[in-house]
Ligand binder design. Structure first.
Ligand SMILES: [Zn+2]
Length: 393
């Protein structure tokens, strides 16, 4: 029997990111409709307008105006004859194309800079992490066994998980959602995982930002090195990083661990409410993680708000910027490769570390640049040209 001829398996699935955002930029022939690098998701029609504005508020800012609005565009990128969407508008946002406009004439829309896990990769050639990332990839072997052991000793992971079990009692997301997934029996270990908010693969980010100084977990405190119950590498005085501290941990079930690592949801650092970034987690939207994080047990401290904040803003950036590929950050052999993938999704190097800069409307790879359209004041009201910038807030 003749073997079948193999062919490339098609991936015909649509992108989750069904919202394209545009803006107006100046040109000699008048304001030009221009694609931005922001691509949102209607979450299959389940994203509320207020939540969409919440995300946008993290990414853009109206200058010389009290806000911004969204004008829906048709397939030819001309304004639809419908009122613009404002933050007070009721209902959900629909898939489609939208023009971001200032609420008043003369206002400017600028893009905010938000911190993410991957900013440190943009620090230029001076970054110690970048050569290592490329080296590991070019070696074809990822991180070496000794490097992995240095970053995440197995005994430390077990200690970390057991302490999380004592603090969280079960998957905090399942429990918040009313799914009674408690850690009940000694044999329940494989039903739960100790998730790190800042992954061990980001150890250099951890060091650069001085996160060790933010943790107080007594089990990883070097002053307790002589205590037999301290974390293993704390006892051996090999771990000064303290990345396996409870302030950096959450107990999750494998599914929610995967979704958290994929940035399909995040937990608000201020309210501990879950914010969904994927239709698969939309039912968790607004659900609040409560106990045991409300307490301040010195033995089992809750997650640190700065770590939650960075994961939260990274999730927003991942949901709205770049090409939207769904990648995760695992502490496995591919982690450096994953980091490099993220680097490729980041902004071009020429715009790095500038406090205020022009939105890259004409050179940003991945953003759709519209040709000059007849988008003038005659057919679109009195819209003024709004130069866009990125501002560090
Ligand atoms: Zn769960």
């Amino acid at each position: 029997m003749q073997s079948p001829i193999l062919h490339k398996v098609p991936n015909t699935f649509p992108s989750i990111r069904d919202i394209r955002l545009y803006t107006l930029t100046p040109s000699e022939s008048g304001p030009k409709l221009t694609g931005t690098d922001l691509h949102g998701s209607s979450m299959k029609g389940q994203r509320s307008i207020s939540d969409f504005f919440h995300i946008l508020d993290c990414l853009i800012l109206a200058v010389n105006a009290d806000g911004y609005k969204l004008q829906q565009l048709d397939d030819d990128h001309r304004p639809l004859a419908v009122p613009p969407i404002e933050r007070s508008s009721a209902g959900n946002i629909a898939a489609g194309s939208y023009l971001i406009e200032s609420t008043v004439e003369g206002g400017e829309i600028v893009q905010r800079w938000i911190p993410t896990f991957f900013d440190f990769l943009r620090a230029g050639t001076g970054s110690p992490s970048k050569p290592k990332a490329k080296k590991a990839r070019h070696d074809g072997s990822g991180s070496t066994a000794s490097e992995k052991l240095d970053r995440d000793p197995t005994d430390d992971s077990q200690s970390f998980k057991m302490r999380l079990i004592n603090r969280d009692k079960g998957c905090v997301v399942c429990l918040a959602a009313g799914i009674q997934e408690f850690y009940e029996f000694r044999e329940d270990s494989n039903r739960f995982e100790g998730a790190r908010i800042i992954d061990v693969a980001l150890n250099e980010l951890w060091d650069t930002r001085g996160y060790s100084a933010l943790v107080s977990d007594p089990f990883t405190d070097p002053t307790n090195a002589d205590n037999p119950f301290a974390s293993p590498t704390t006892r051996t005085k090999k771990d000064l990083r303290r990345i396996n501290s409870l302030e950096n941990g959450i107990l999750l079930c494998p599914r929610h661990h995967k979704d958290y690592d994929h940035f399909r949801f995040a937990i608000s650092p201020k309210t501990h409410k879950i914010f969904s970034f994927h239709p698969a987690t939309i039912k968790l939207q607004g659900v609040k993680v409560k106990a045991p994080w409300d307490g301040q047990d010195v033995l089992y401290p809750p997650p640190h708000s700065e770590f939650l904040e960075t994961h939260y803003s990274t999730s927003i950036s991942r949901a709205m910027k770049g090409d939207g590929d769904d990648r995760e950050l695992d502490d496995d052999d591919d982690d450096y490769e994953e980091l490099e993938d993220y680097e490729e999704l980041s902004e071009p190097e020429e715009c790095q570390n500038e406090k205020v800069r022009i939105w890259l409307h004409d050179s940003l790879s991945g953003s759709e640049i519209m040709s000059s359209l007849d988008f003038t004041a005659e057919n679109k009201g009195n819209i003024e040209t709004s130069p866009l910038g990125i501002i560090s807030v």
